[in-house]
Design a protein. Structure first.
Lengths: 171, 227
């Protein structure tokens, strides 16, 4: 039994969970940290919701909160590389590749490649290609000019393509 | 004279931010410019690779978020807390009214005794706040909910003999059961309602412990530092 405010908040924001999850996955590397970041995002959003700070559109609002919370975590970690290296265990073992898990492996490989991009490019790609925001929306969320967002996402995509182009997973 | 900018043009083209005329002109240019063609090819390839990395959030995470939000008690500024205190005074009056109108016990006590006896009213998802083992007691399940204006989390434990004991942790003090005896410490009390044993304390957190056996209730309260 929860209050109407809890129910209203969850009804409005839970549809954005996949978006927040995809963003969190690209902001921190360790799976436990990802879940902590998603939960932290929802609790921060709920605090704001209770104080009547309700957004016109939930998705960019949740993405902004997640981004800020993720950046705080990265600042607290000694280096970004340390955080992302924890995810190495997610690298698939090539010997274990089976048809039914190729999709999962492909996602894992993309995740690893994204982790090697500079933070700003990874954020821009996560927001545009994984969360589906437009360049103008990403500009509002990140506070960067739209032209800068376009440049970051394009350079990130090119690096990603260069890293994975020869992989048999992406014929 | 416009500067030749393959990277910027490819980025705008792929983002769909070019005007219709600009787009047609750029597409015409692509045929004759290997540099721009390569920029568009690599940018498009990278985009489709990135998009293939989309994932659905696991169901366990969805449950965890629901539980965490259900338990969230927002921090309020002092003036709202002040208003909350006034509201609490009204609530106390309402609970006292509940004694008169009800079957002899405050409604919250009646509801929680009923919950303990299986007529569940506290059923929302929750994450544990108390230890999984308290002495010989093992945690069976955890739920959250709200009863008569008290937000609470219940931890249900069983002892090795199968006796059930529930610890209701509230966000404010529970009303005193009618006919309760003072407990071993200030602001604690014991009672028996409909054949169940109750122990209540305000510190270190508002808690109502309900069990089938007074001995198990006292044991749980002692181990949790309530008695």
């Amino acid at each position: 039994v929860t209050s109407p405010v809890h129910d209203e908040f969850l009804a409005a924001t839970l549809p954005a969970l996949d978006l927040v999850y995809n963003l969190a996955r690209r902001l921190v590397g360790n799976p436990d940290d990802v879940e902590d970041l998603v939960q932290d995002t929802y609790l921060r959003a709920f605090e704001a919701w209770v104080r009547r700070r309700r957004p016109r559109r939930v998705e960019p609002w949740m993405a902004t909160i997640c981004l800020n919370a993720g950046r705080s975590r990265l600042r607290r970690a000694s280096t970004t590389r340390e955080v992302l290296d924890l995810d190495e265990e997610l690298l698939p073992d090539p010997v274990s590749v089976e048809d039914q898990v190729i999709e999962g492996i492909r996602r894992s490989v993309v995740h690893q490649a994204l982790a090697r991009l500079p933070n700003e490019q990874r954020e821009a790609i996560a927001l545009m290609d994984l969360a589906g925001f437009t360049a103008s929306e990403v500009a509002l969320i990140t506070g960067a000019p739209r032209g800068t967002v376009l440049a970051r996402v394009h350079r990130g995509r090119k690096k990603l393509a260069a890293m994975l182009e020869r992989s048999p997973l992406f014929p | 004279v416009k500067r030749h900018d393959p990277e910027g043009a490819a980025a705008r083209y792929l983002a769909g931010t070019m005007t219709g005329r600009g787009r047609r002109r750029f597409e015409g240019h692509l045929v004759d410019c290997p540099e721009c063609w390569e920029e568009v090819r690599m940018g498009g390839l990278g985009r489709s690779m990135a998009e293939s990395g989309r994932e659905l959030a696991p169901q366990s995470l969805r449950d965890r978020v629901r539980g965490a939000v259900a338990l969230a008690r927002p921090h309020r500024p002092w003036w709202r807390r002040q208003a909350g205190a006034s509201a609490a005074a009204v609530l106390v009056a309402a609970v006292v009214g509940g004694i008169v109108a009800g079957r002899g016990q405050p409604r919250a006590i009646e509801a929680l005794v009923a919950d303990f006896r299986g007529d569940r009213v506290v059923t929302g998802p929750a994450v544990p706040e108390l230890p999984a083992r308290v002495g010989d007691l093992s945690l069976v399940d955890v739920d959250a909910g709200s009863v008569e204006g008290i937000s609470l989390v219940v931890h249900r434990y069983r002892d090795p003999a199968g006796q059930l004991v529930a610890v209701y942790r509230g966000d404010r003090a529970f009303p005193t059961a009618r006919g309760a005896d003072p407990g071993p410490r200030p602001r604690t009390w014991h009672s028996e309602v409909d054949g169940t044993a109750l122990f209540c304390a305000d510190d270190p957190f508002p808690a109502l412990v309900i069990g089938e056996d007074r001995r198990v209730v006292d044991l749980a309260a002692g181990l949790l530092g309530l008695a």
